[in-house]
Design a protein around this ligand. Structure first.
Ligand code: AMP
Ligand code: MG
Length: 350
């Protein structure tokens, strides 16, 4: 299959021909990759079981890992979800369109092929204009996981999608670099107390301010990596680069000293090492391929560049990556959740 890549200009109009064509592909049961504000998604008609199955095949995704349904109007939530509590409506009012996914009991119309066999459905209204245009052109309900091969870092550029899925899908809409760079926050409303199943750009604190009571899934493994997570997708080794990734955690000057020592040892043993540092620290590394992920004075920059950096290291055939850790109070929880998984929980405390 030939994959067509179409660039969508920032000022695209209501009747954009590429988006109309992409919507038609989805309506006819095909797949299209498209930009959202979090990461690129791989979309199919969420109400068509055959189309959803194609997503699993293209990504090599385990069939028990459910898909998120993307909508373009809040009122469409009623058509796919049951028992939507008042606090979920408050979160939708506050954070939609945006990087928040909510889980409810599903309606009959949603096939189990889309929900990985579950009776619940995950729903999000994305904030990217191309995503919203495509959802409307495709009939209102697009099932979309991240548009990467299963196990690889999520795509934050159209080029990343092509690296993984070229020849496997008919079309990629290129909307340039995404804004946020890590996947949406997932909140489960199907239990008694709302629970965060995946941390993201919308933090626990931001949610608490709107609805009060909210829990973090203890199975996220931030403390104990052996506890099972509630979101099926969170149990898989995700986001992983080809190289071994090791996080170094502690005071900044000790971290730098330790990483320099590890770099020297790696080079002596014939390996090609890499470093993930920041604008503030990169000058202090003396060996290896050193990359700045962003600046500690703006944690958004760190989230935005994480997956891109992991992919770049893959292309440079690095054997081992030493990274500073980024457990800041806000977005840091979401960033560290991804980094710990990519590192298989290998952390050196200094
Ligand atoms: P992705 O779109 O690739 O970011 O993956 C979607 C994430 O949402 C995975 O971690 C899924 O396990 C999770 N998810 C989707 N639907 C549900 C659901 N009904 N219940 C629990 N987790 C879900
Ligand atoms: Mg994913």
């Amino acid at each position: 299959m030939k994959t067509i890549v179409k660039k969508i200009a920032d000022n695209f109009g209501n009747q954009n021909q590429e988006i109309i064509t992409a919507g038609k592909i989805i309506k006819e049961g095909g797949l299209v990759a498209f930009p959202t504000e979090t990461v690129y998604g791989l979309g199919a008609d969420a109400l068509n079981p055959t189309a959803s199955r194609k997503i699993y095949a293209a990504k090599g995704r385990p069939s028990d890992n459910p898909l998120i349904i993307h909508i373009a109007d809040i009122k469409d939530l009623e058509n796919i979800a049951l028992h939507i509590p008042v606090n979920a409506r408050q979160l939708a009012e506050k954070f939609w369109p945006g990087p928040l996914t909510m889980i409810f009991e599903k309606r009959e119309i949603v096939p189990k092929e889309t929900t990985g066999g579950l009776d619940t459905v995950a729903v999000r209204m994305p904030a990217h204009p191309v995503a919203l245009g495509l959802i409307r052109a495709a009939g209102g309900y697009i099932a979309a996981p991240s548009a990467n091969t299963s196990g690889k870092p999520s795509p934050t550029l159209a080029e990343h999608v092509a690296q993984d899925l070229n020849g496997r899908i008919p079309m990629i809409l290129d909307g340039g670099a995404v804004q946020i760079g890590i996947e949406s926050t997932i909140v489960d409303f199907s239990g008694e107390i709302p629970m965060i199943l995946r941390p993201g750009y919308i933090t626990l604190d931001m949610i608490q301010k709107v609805i009060g009571e909210i829990q973090m899934d203890p199975g996220l493994g931030m403390e104990d990596p052996s506890a099972p997570p509630k979101a099926p997708g969170m149990k898989y080794k995700h986001y992983a680069p080809k190289a071994e990734l090791i996080l170094i955690d502690g005071e900044q000057d000790k971290v730098q000293k330790k990483i320099n020592h590890l770099l020297k040892e790696a080079i002596i043993s014939g390996k090609t090492p890499g470093v993930i540092g920041t604008k503030e620290s990169c000058n202090g590394y003396r060996w290896g391929i050193v990359k700045s992920i962003g600046t500690r004075s703006d944690e958004d920059t760190i989230a935005r560049h994480l997956y891109q950096i992991l992919r770049e290291f893959d292309q440079q055939n690095v054997d081992v990556i030493y990274s500073e850790s980024f457990s800041t109070p806000g977005l840091g929880q979401a960033v560290m959740n991804r980094m710990l998984k990519a590192a298989g929980h290998q952390v050196i405390k200094v």
